[in-house]
Design a protein around this ligand. Structure first.
Ligand SMILES: [Zn+2]
Length: 395
């Protein structure tokens, strides 16, 4: 299948799939030049963002935001070119470091751990980073107890805006078979003949409630992309390798292989709730999906956001501007009287008939060596979580 925009069932955000990764020869030349350039070390979230820029997951962005882009995304949830964009993508540094840089300069961006130069930033503009406004508008709070706000408030006072040319993707020691670019997932969707694809975002293991949402979506669409986020998450979230193992055993046992694809999103979690739900949908569109599952309190943390805020925010845009159709779901559960998975939309019974466990309760059970009931967690998934809890306790 060919389309004017390249492979995949849907046009990328803004119409063109961006690729900022240099070819081998260009990258070698750029690396040689980079030795003489001023250098800025990337923070961990910025390193994730650089990777997403490189592979086009942030299309139509071609670099870190300039002031116009920052203002439009913070104040209007759009890019100056009109596309919906609800979370600013910034590169910030200290004022002292920024004072040494001139607009028009090339700047080497280095990996915070290995110090290796990953990219060259063509510095178009430096501008004051209004961190408080960003937090108030995007996160709806300036409370530094909020893990996403804490990261922003800790960033530098000056933003560096401009296009990037990426020499090499940030090195990763794990999950190599699952690190597919948007170009790769799009090509695979075409190969499988999928015209509609639903994506499921997660940073947690999948319990039966999640499986239910995924399978309802699979009844509607040709295929499912299970697309866990594996960039930076907050402390206390379950490590990516354990989560991946739970998805693998769940897929092996309970899903038709030819209708599902498991790959990862190398993004950092911002916990920005509704605003981040829009970003999550737009990134998945760039990976080629047509439908996006939005559950209750999507991308939320604590009680900063209303239960349905992340679903309602999609109504602020004309559907064709987002492009991806949000699939808005209620919380699902196993009901003993219905004798199956259900939600408030389908089950008339009360709390006493429904199997519900809070995240805290599940963690406590696992630490005691107890598997959650099979109505809540598939036994194969429970085994993986129990082994991880044992390893954690043995440390
Ligand atoms: Zn029921």
């Amino acid at each position: 299948m060919t389309h004017e925009y390249g492979p995949g069932p849907i046009a990328p955000h803004g119409g063109v799939l961006v690729n900022r990764l240099l070819g081998e020869e260009e990258a070698a030349e750029a690396a040689a030049r980079a030795a003489d350039l001023p250098k800025v070390s990337l923070a961990r979230r910025q390193r994730c963002d650089l990777e997403l820029l490189a592979v086009g997951a942030f299309s139509p962005l071609t670099g870190f935001m300039t002031r116009d882009q920052f203002d439009a995304s913070v104040d209007e949830m759009r890019l100056p070119t009109g596309e919906p964009w609800a979370v600013p993508i910034t590169l910030s540094t200290t004022r002292e470091a920024a004072d040494d840089l001139r607009e028009g300069d090339d700047v080497a961006l280095s990996d915070p751990e290995s110090d290796q130069v990953l990219a060259v930033l063509h510095l178009a503009e430096t501008y004051d980073h209004d961190r408080e406004r960003e937090c108030r508008e995007v996160y709806r709070t300036t409370d530094t107890e909020h893990p996403g706000v804490a990261v922003v408030m800790d960033q530098g006072e000056v933003c560096l805006g401009g296009e990037v040319d990426v020499l090499s993707l940030p090195p990763h020691a794990d999950l190599a078979p699952y690190r597919w670019t948007p170009e790769a997932t799009r090509t695979e969707f075409d190969r499988r003949g999928w015209k509609t694809v639903a994506a499921f975002q997660t940073r947690n293991p999948c319990h039966r409630a999640h499986e239910y949402l995924q399978k309802v979506a699979m009844e509607l669409c040709d295929g499912l992309l299970l697309h866990p986020l594996v960039g930076e998450t907050k402390e206390g979230d379950i490590p990516a390798d354990v989560r991946m193992r739970t998805y693998e055993v769940m897929f092996e046992s309970y899903y038709p292989q030819e209708r599902v694809l498991l790959t990862v999103l190398p993004a950092s979690m911002r916990y920005a709730g509704p605003r981040e739900a829009i970003l999550h949908a737009v990134m998945r569109k760039n990976y080629g999906v047509t439908h996006f599952i939005v559950g209750r309190d999507h991308a939320g943390v604590g009680d900063y956001y209303g239960t349905y805020d992340a679903q309602e925010i999609f109504d602020a845009f004309p559907p064709e501007a987002i492009g991806v159709e949000p699939l808005k779901f209620e919380h699902a559960f196993f009901c003993k009287r219905c004798d199956g998975m259900a939600s408030n939309k389908t089950c008339p019974h009360g709390k006493e008939d429904r199997v519900f466990l809070s995240g805290t309760k599940v963690r406590e059970m696992l630490l005691r060596g107890e598997a959650p009931p099979p109505e809540f967690t598939r036994p194969e998934v429970a085994q993986v979580l129990l082994e991880a809890a044992r390893r954690e306790a043995g440390k």
